[in-house]
Design a protein around this ligand. Structure first.
Ligand code: SF4
Length: 94
């Protein structure tokens, strides 16, 4: 392997890495994501438990509007948490 071959490989590697960045950025913002493992672990449901629901939970990260789905600090990477949902980690927001 010559020095030139190594340089070409490094250039192609860097170009590939740089090309992937916009795709990941677009995918990250354009697509909803769920964290099935954490949902299952916490027994998440899309419906409230009596008067307990995600919108009244300290862990909830609201969406743009009060009725929009949002995130949850206890379920990382999940953008599909319903404000009317509930799970075993619910804690009353003060
Ligand atoms: S911890 Fe559970 S109840 Fe609280 S916001 Fe997250 S998913 Fe909803």
């Amino acid at each position: 392997m010559s020095q030139t071959d190594l340089s070409r490989r490094q250039v192609f590697k860097m170009a590939g890495a740089l090309a992937a960045i916009p795709v990941l950025a677009v995918c990250g913002s354009a697509h909803a994501a769920t964290n099935a493992a954490m949902r299952n672990a916490l027994k998440y449901q899309d419906t409230p438990n009596g008067d307990k629901h995600c919108a009244s939970c300290i862990q909830f990260v609201p969406g743009a509007k009060p009725t929009d789905k949002g995130g949850c600090n206890a379920i990382p990477g999940d953008t599909e948490i319903s404000p009317n949902g509930f799970c075993g980690a619910w804690v009353q927001k003060k």
